[in-house]
Design a protein around this ligand. Structure first.
Ligand SMILES: Cc1ncc(COP(=O)(O)O)c(C=O)c1O
Length: 470
């Protein structure tokens, strides 16, 4: 090896040893950090002054710069008091899997490139298909996240249910609580907004079955082709689960594809307590599931599962001449035949490592812990005279608001926005608002396994103090 490269490699390894200690310290004291560490004006000024240099720079200097100015100024989505959006639950085990995988950089596109990795991916996909209740023909693959999983599954739905000349009259049904990535995906695969029917949600934020049945009947009457329904297991706003078995029955009756966006909620299949609420997943045609949401993985770890893997092959298989020598065997189907990507990182390995070390039972307990904490929030808010629960604790999400009697709606909305801004700006906890049936509410997603009961109680205490200062 060239001696300059050898010398640089030594320096890289020394810095990485230092980095490992830095990471250990960071995770051990995570709870003491403010939940958002925003870059101040000086840092942004330093970063914006930088250019791509012509000449070399010392590695150590670039390393320190990145550590101080870039990595240190982010929202800490994995902080135990980060309750906004779907917070990260990433564990050091997943990080270790990431580091190991990235060091070897396997090209996880086909069997011949990395047969043991391919086996592991297939095993994980099979295990998840079993949890979902899919038959032998089921399958799927790892993708970057639920947005890609939704896009991939909806492509399969379109190709399985529609003839080319039916695409213009096709309609698909989502609920008012369906995640925006679904309509984005539909747009990408060629559907117009007017082809998406948004079905109202009931008082529990579940797709209203009567409205859905009426919409399908009306579309048939006017000559449209209803071809798919997108149900959610764990809506982003409230954690609600759509009426899966009823939706499945309607889909069967009208030959519609049933897709489930289980981005965060599908992980509840691992919980003994929650699994019964998700039983209808078994009737669906496809399922999106993110391990980077509730299975303690770093970002970029999602899965798309289908009831029949042949539907993915039908939509995505390609056999260009430059890949012929890599089409080896194994099952005869390569990962590039199952989705839009060719080059893929081995996303499955960090999840494999995590599950091997933790075991699936403990992962189920992570789900239960989150649901119990959301229930605790609900009980505590219920005790406060001027506060109301707007959406009950479901799959680790609960929505509530400060709403003293005799005040008007616009005042309440403004106060809850202010409480959210102030608690987040103070750095103690991150809690964002959302809107439910025209009310601005505070939303807490309590899925981080490091979150304790005292994190919850102290956050609620802070709400009360902030509301008292209004
Ligand atoms: C229900 C639901 N679907 C899809 C997504 C998009 O997932 P991703 O960000 O992994 O693409 C999210 C993200 O929060 C979600 O909550």
């Amino acid at each position: 090896m060239n001696s300059a490269v050898h010398e640089q490699n030594n320096e890289i390894i020394a810095l990485m040893r230092d980095f490992v200690d830095y990471v250990k310290d960071f995770y051990e004291h995570l709870s003491d950090y403010p939940v958002i560490r925003s870059a101040d004006a000086k840092v942004l000024e330093r970063v914006s002054r930088q250019t791509i240099p012509d000449a070399e720079r010392p590695l150590c200097e670039v390393y320190q710069e990145l550590l101080q100015d870039v990595y240190s100024n982010t929202l800490l989505a994995q902080h135990p008091r980060s309750f906004s959006c779907i917070p990260s639950t990433a564990s050091l085990l997943s990080w270790m899997g990431d580091v190991m995988t990235n060091a070897f950089n396997p090209h996880d596109s086909c069997w011949i490139n990395a047969p043991a990795i391919a086996l592991i991916e297939q095993k994980l996909i099979r295990w998840m298909c079993d949890l979902a209740g899919y038959p032998e023909e089921g399958g799927g693959l790892f993708v970057s996240g639920a947005s890609m999983a939704n896009l991939t599954a909806l492509t399969a739905a379109r190709d399985a249910r529609l003839h080319w000349d039916e695409r213009n009259i096709a309609v698909i049904y989502v609920s008012e609580q369906t995640h925006a990535s679904v309509s984005k995906g539909l747009h990408i695969i060629g559907f117009d907004r007017s082809q998406i029917r948004v079905i109202p949600a009931d008082a529990d934020f579940r797709m209203d079955m009567e409205c859905l049945a009426q919409a399908v009947a009306e579309d048939l009457r006017i000559g449209k082709r209803p071809f798919a329904v997108v149900a959610s297991v764990g809506t982003t706003n409230t954690g609600s689960i759509d009426p899966l078995t009823e939706i499945a029955a309607l889909c069967r009756r009208y030959d519609m594809w049933m897709h489930i966006d289980g981005a965060f909620g599908a992980s509840a299949l691992l919980s003994e307590q929650q699994r019964k609420n998700l039983a209808g997943i078994a009737y669906s045609d496809s399922l999106s599931w993110d391990a980077h949401k509730w299975m303690m993985q770093t970002y970029g770890c999602g899965m798309v599962l289908v009831r029949n893997q042949a539907t993915l092959v039908h939509s995505f298989a390609a056999h260009p001449e430059y890949l012929r020598d890599s089409e080896s065997g194994g099952t005869g189907i390569e990962f590039w035949d199952l989705g839009p990507e060719l080059t893929r990182p081995a996303r499955c390995l960090k999840l494999w490592l995590t599950l091997q070390v933790m075991g699936a039972k403990k992962m189920g307990e992570v789900i239960d812990h989150a649901c119990n904490l959301a229930q605790l929030v609900e009980w505590e808010i219920d005790k406060l005279p001027d506060w109301e629960i707007v959406s009950h604790a479901q799959l680790g999400i609960v929505n509530f608001r400060y709403a003293p009697a005799g005040t008007d709606e616009s005042e309440r909305n403004a106060w809850n926005r202010r409480i959210s801004k102030e608690i987040t700006a103070g750095g103690f906890a991150q809690v964002f608002t959302t809107e439910l049936h025209d009310k601005t509410v505070l939303r807490m997603c309590t899925i981080n396994p490091q979150t304790t009961e005292s994190d919850i109680l102290n956050t609620i205490r802070n709400f009360v103090i902030l509301a008292g200062s209004i």
